[in-house]
Write a protein that binds this ligand. Structure first.
Ligand code: ATP
Length: 307
C-alpha cells in the first residue's frame, strides 16, 4: 500500500442476507484530504465505513486503513483513528458530555484542547448535561467531539452534520477544514450536496453499492458543453447569430422567446451573444450561464436525489 494513501479498498462486497449492500467497490483516499461518500439512502455508504473501521467483516475484497487490516489489526489501528457513527452510537448515556470528552482526551498523547473543542461545537452549557438528556443534534456534536479529541491521523464520520442547523453545520465544516490543514485525513458520508461540494477535496458518488463517480467537485461538474440562456422577443431570426458563433455551438428557441446557446462557453462566446443582441436592439433578459451542478451529476448517474 502506498504511504500516501490513508485508505485502500479493493473489490469490497458486503451482503446482509439477500441484500447486497456493497458490490465490488474500489476506493482510495489520499492522506491529508477530505473525502465524501455521497449517495442516496441505502447506497452502501455506512456499510463501507463500517468495513473500514472493523465493525463489519467484508464478504470479499480487501480493506486497508493506514496500511492495516481493520479486523486483523484492530488493536493497532484503533488508537490511530477516530470514528463517529450515526445517532451518537457508542456514547455512555449517563456521562456528562464535557467530562466524557475530557476523559477521552486524557487517553491520548496529543489531544485537541478540550475547552476550545467544546466551544467550537457549541457544547458549552450542554456539556454539563447527561448525554441521555441531550437533543439529537447535541448528541451528534458530542459524538463528533469524541471522534476528534484524540487528534487521530484519520477520522471516519457517518453523516456528521445530519440534524444540525446551518450555522452549526458551518462550524463543523470549519473545524474539519482546520483538522485537514493540520494533516488529518477525513472520510465522511453525506446526503448533502453542498456539504460534499464545499468541504471535500474528493467526492465518491456511491449508488446501489457501487462507486459510480469519483473526483474533485470541480472535476465532477466540469463539462465540455454548457449553455447560455436568455429571453427576448419571440421568433427572432437566429441565422446571423448562428454564423457568428463558433462551429461547435448551436442556438435554438427552446420556447417562444427563450433562447439557448449550447457549446463551450468562453468569454468570447458570451461577447458574441451580447454583441449580436446589441446589434439587434435586443435586451437579453435573464442572461445566465448554465453550469452543471453536483446535484445534476448525482441525478444523472443515479436517477435519484440524495435528499
Ligand atoms: N444490519 C443490516 N442488516 C440488513 N440490511 C442492512 C443492514 N445494514 C444495512 N443494510 C442494507 O444495506 C443497504 C446499504 O445500507 P447502508 O446503511 O450501508 O447505506 P447508506 O448509503 O449508508 O444509507 P443511508 O444514507 O440511508 O444511511 C441498504 O439496503 C440497507 O437496508
Amino acid at each position: 500500500m502506498s504511504m500516501s494513501r490513508a485508505v485502500e479498498i479493493a473489490a469490497l462486497t458486503k451482503r446482509y442476507g439477500d441484500t447486497t449492500a456493497v458490490t465490488g467497490l474500489d476506493l482510495t483516499v489520499e492522506r491529508g484530504t477530505i473525502t465524501s461518500l455521497l449517495g442516496p439512502n441505502g447506497a452502501g455508504k455506512t456499510t463501507t465505513v463500517e468495513c473500514c473501521v472493523g465493525f463489519r467483516r467484508p464478504d470479499s475484497g480487501t480493506v486497508r486503513v493506514l496500511g492495516l487490516d481493520p479486523r486483523r489489526d484492530g488493536s493497532r489501528l484503533r488508537p490511530r483513528i477516530g470514528v463517529m457513527l450515526q445517532e451518537g452510537a457508542g456514547l455512555y448515556p449517563g456521562s456528562r458530555a464535557a467530562e466524557l470528552i475530557a476523559h477521552l482526551a486524557r487517553l491520548h498523547a496529543s489531544p485537541l484542547d478540550v475547552p476550545t473543542l467544546v466551544e467550537r461545537l457549541g457544547l458549552g452549557e450542554a456539556g454539563k448535561t447527561p448525554i441521555r438528556r441531550l437533543s439529537g443534534g447535541q448528541r451528534q456534536r458530542v459524538a463528533l467531539a469524541a471522534a476528534l479529541v484524540g487528534r487521530p491521523e484519520l477520522v471516519f464520520l457517518d453523516e456528521p452534520t445530519a440534524g444540525l442547523d446551518p450555522q452549526m453545520r458551518r462550524s463543523v465544516w470549519e473545524l474539519l477544514g482546520d483538522l485537514r490543514a493540520d494533516g488529518v485525513t477525513v472520510v465522511l458520508t453525506t446526503h448533502l450536496i453542498d456539504e460534499a461540494e464545499q468541504l471535500s477535496d474528493d467526492v465518491a458518488i456511491v449508488d446501489r453499492g457501487r462507486l459510480v463517480a469519483r473526483g474533485s467537485p470541480l472535476e465532477l461538474t466540469k463539462q465540455d458543453e454548457s449553455t447560455v440562456q436568455f429571453t427576448g422577443p419571440p421568433r427572432m431570426g437566429l441565422e446571423s447569430l448562428r454564423q457568428a458563433l463558433p462551429e461547435s455551438s448551436t442556438v435554438d428557441e427552446s420556447a417562444p422567446g427563450r433562447y439557448v446557446v449550447r457549446g463551450q462557453v468562453t468569454p468570447q462566446l458570451l461577447a458574441t451573444v451580447t454583441s449580436w443582441c446589441a446589434a439587434h436592439d435586443v435586451m437579453p433578459e435573464g442572461l445566465q450561464v448554465g453550469r452543471r451542478s453536483l446535484e445534476d451529476v448525482v441525478l444523472e448517474l443515479t436517477g435519484r436525489r440524495t435528499q
